[in-house]
Design a protein around this ligand. Structure first.
Ligand SMILES: NC(=O)c1ccc[n+]([C@@H]2O[C@H](COP(=O)([O-])OP(=O)(O)OC[C@H]3O[C@@H](n4cnc5c(N)ncnc54)[C@H](O)[C@@H]3O)[C@@H](O)[C@H]2O)c1
Length: 248
C-alpha cells in the first residue's frame, strides 16, 4: 500500500499506459480519477475498479474542460496529491513536411499545451498545501527520435524540458515534477508509431530494444508508482527511461 491515503488524477486513464497506471495506483491504496476524453471507457473502467475509482470526461486540450476536471477531483477527494499527464496523441507517421497542419496542431495541443493547462488548474492547490507530485508521460521519442514521427518527437522533447523547468521552479513549494520516457509499448497507439502492424515492422522495432520486448502498461504503472510515492521524495526533474535499454 505504497500510495495509501493519496489521491490522483490520471489523464488518458481509460486505455493503454494510463490504464496500467490507474490499476497500479489503486492496488497501492490510492483513490484515482480516471480522466479521459472517452468518457464511456473511463466510466466503465471506474465501475469495474470499485469505490476508489471515479471517472471524469475531459479534453486535456481545452482549458475549461481541464478546470472542470480539477474542480471535480477536489470535490471528490478534498485534496490532490498526484497528477499524471498521460493523455497523448500522435500524427500519422510520414515525412515531416507532409504532416497536415491540423494533425500538427492536435499533436502539440494534446501533448504539450495540456501540461500548461493542468498546471494552471492544479499547481496553485499543490503550492497551497506545500505538497504534491506531477508525472509527465513523455517518450524515448523525446530523447532518441525515430524518423517519420518528427512533430510527435518534438512534442515529447518539449514535455521533458517542461518537466525540468517545472521541477526547478516548484521545488521551493514542495512540489516534485518528473517524467517517464516509455519505449514502444503494447497499447492501441503502437500501430500509429509503426505505421503498419506487421511481423516485419514489429521485428524492426524490437531489434532496437536490448531487453527484447515491447513495454507493457504494467511497466509504466510500476515506474509511475515509485516516482509518485514518498519513496521518491528526493527525486525531482528526472525523465526516467522505461525502455528496456533502448536509449543507451
Ligand atoms: N504506446 C507507446 O508505444 C508509447 C511510447 C512512448 C510514449 N507513449 C505515450 O504514452 C501516453 C499514453 O499512450 P498509450 O500508448 O497508452 O495510448 P492510448 O491511445 O492507448 O491511450 C491514450 C488515452 O488518452 C486518451 N486521450 C486522447 N486524447 C485526449 C484528450 N484530448 N483528452 C483526454 N484524454 C485523451 C484516449 O482516449 C486514450 O484513452 C501518451 O502520452 C503517449 O504519447 C506511448
Amino acid at each position: 500500500m505504497r500510495l495509501a491515503g493519496k489521491t490522483a488524477i490520471v489523464t488518458g486513464g481509460a486505455s493503454g499506459f494510463g490504464a496500467g497506471i490507474v490499476r497500479k495506483f489503486l492496488a497501492e491504496g490510492a483513490r484515482v480519477m480516471i480522466a479521459d476524453i472517452n468518457g464511456d471507457a473511463a466510466a466503465q473502467m471506474a465501475d469495474d475498479m470499485g469505490d476508489a475509482a471515479v471517472a471524469q470526461t475531459v479534453d486535456v486540450a481545452n482549458g475549461d474542460s481541464v478546470q472542470a476536471m480539477a474542480d471535480a477531483a477536489l470535490a471528490a477527494f478534498g485534496h490532490l496529491d498526484i497528477l499524471v499527464n498521460n493523455a497523448g496523441v500522435c500524427h500519422q507517421p510520414g515525412p515531416l513536411e507532409d504532416v497536415a497542419e491540423d494533425e500538427f496542431d492536435r499533436t502539440l495541443i494534446v501533448n504539450a499545451k495540456s501540461v500548461y493547462l493542468t498546471a494552471r488548474a492544479l499547481v496553485p492547490h499543490m503550492k497551497s498545501r506545500k505538497a504534491g507530485t506531477i508525472l509527465n508521460v513523455a517518450s524515448t521519442a523525446g530523447v532518441s527520435p525515430r524518423p517519420n514521427l518528427n512533430w510527435y518527437n518534438a512534442s515529447k522533447g518539449w514535455m521533458i524540458t517542461a518537466t525540468k523547468t517545472m521541477a526547478i521552479e516548484l521545488a521551493p513549494s514542495g512540489v516534485r515534477v518528473n517524467a517517464i520516457n516509455p519505449v514502444a509499448g503494447e497499447t492501441p497507439l503502437l500501430k500509429t508509431f509503426m505505421g503498419e502492424d506487421t511481423p516485419e515492422m514489429r521485428a524492426k522495432f524490437l531489434s532496437t530494444i536490448p531487453l527484447g520486448r515491447f513495454s507493457q502498461p504494467e511497466d509504466m504503472g510500476n515506474a509511475a508508482c515509485f516516482l509518485c510515492s514518498d519513496e521518491a521524495n528526493m527525486i525531482t526533474g528526472v525523465a526516467m527511461e522505461v525502455d528496456g535499454g533502448r536509449c543507451i
